[in-house]
Design a protein around this ligand. Structure first.
Ligand code: TPP
Ligand code: MG
Length: 277
């Protein structure tokens, strides 16, 4: 079936500039709220810019358009990242971002599909997103729709057993309209993933489950775009993009630091961070 809405720009400089804007909005909203997840929001900003401003077919003015591509933020704690991207793409007014985590705000610490335009699924309990993405991908195939489903996972999240049930299911049903992306930043809440519960070798595990596996640098826009292109071409099996990233990417004093998993920037840190970006 021919797709009606064309994807966004392929201009790498523009996409990198979108990623920078996304990082700035993340930092500003987290500083304003005084709490939230900094590191894992920043690490996937380039991936999300590539998805929402280049690859995905979606209509911010018609979020329930049947042929839209779907996005599932399985690592729901990176809500500030999703909110920044959705606001910049035009799903809702950017001024709403400064209400992050307020009691009366739709922008809670984890995303709710009932409260926020453009959020497909409520997430936050790690391990569940890929199963939901499977259901969406299967349903789209049954309906004969050409839409694709993208699901962003954390590397620590891969320790959840449900992920591997979902991995087995997606390859069993040959869900080639599904693309999982692992934000492989090496860190989770308490430190290095390899010390808490080693998830390596990540690529071999997915291969063993019958997936098409692509290993990339998750901050190199050209690598992200070509992996997303390749995923679309792969037939008969789902694709996972294992994206090597840096937690806190873009702000030198947050990079690679487990402490900034769930710590918001102070006003001073925000000022310094904005200078770096
Ligand atoms: C089922 C479940 N257990 C625990 C948590 C608390 N939690 C939130 S983030 C996180 C660490 C996740 O690490 P990772 O998936 O690597 O995320 P990232 O590094 O991208 O932030 C944990 C344990 C949760 N949200 N859900
Ligand atoms: Mg991680």
């Amino acid at each position: 079936m021919k797709r009606k809405t064309v994807p966004g720009t392929r201009d790498k400089a523009r996409l990198c500039s979108h990623a920078r804007e996304v990082r700035i909005e993340i930092l500003k909203m987290l500083t304003e709220s005084g709490s939230g997840h900094t590191g894992g929001s920043l690490s996937a900003a380039d991936i999300m810019a590539a998805l929402y401003f280049c690859k995905m077919r979606h209509r911010p003015d018609d979020p329930s358009w049947a042929e839209r591509d779907r996005f599932v933020l399985s690592k729901g704690h990176a809500a500030p990242l999703l909110y920044a991207v959705l606001a910049l793409a035009g799903y809702f007014d950017q001024t709403l971002l400064k209400t992050l985590r307020r009691i009366d705000s739709p922008l809670q610490g984890h995303p709710s599909s009932k409260m926020v335009r453009g959020v497909e699924v409520s997430t936050g309990s790690l391990g569940q997103g890929l199963s939901i993405a499977n259901g969406m991908a299967l349903g789209l195939k049954m309906d004969g729709l050409p839409s694709r489903v993208y699901c962003l996972l954390g590397d620590g999240e891969l320790q959840e057993g449900q992920i591997w049930e979902a991995a087995m299911t997606a390859s069993h049903y040959k869900l080639d309209n599904l693309c999982a992306i692992v934000d492989n930043n090496g860190l989770q809440i308490d430190g290095n993933c390899c010390d808490v519960m080693n998830v390596e070798p990540i690529t071999d595990k997915w291969k063993g489950f019958g997936w098409n596996v692509l290993d990339i640098d998750g901050h190199r826009m050209e690598q992200i775009l070509s992996a997303l292109d390749e995923a679309e071409k792969a037939k008969g099996k789902p694709t996972v993009i294992v994206a090597r990233t840096v937690k806190g990417k873009g702000v030198s004093f947050f990079e690679g630091k487990a402490e900034y998993h769930g710590l918001a920037p102070t006003k001073d840190e925000l000022e310094k961070a904005l200078k770096e970006l």
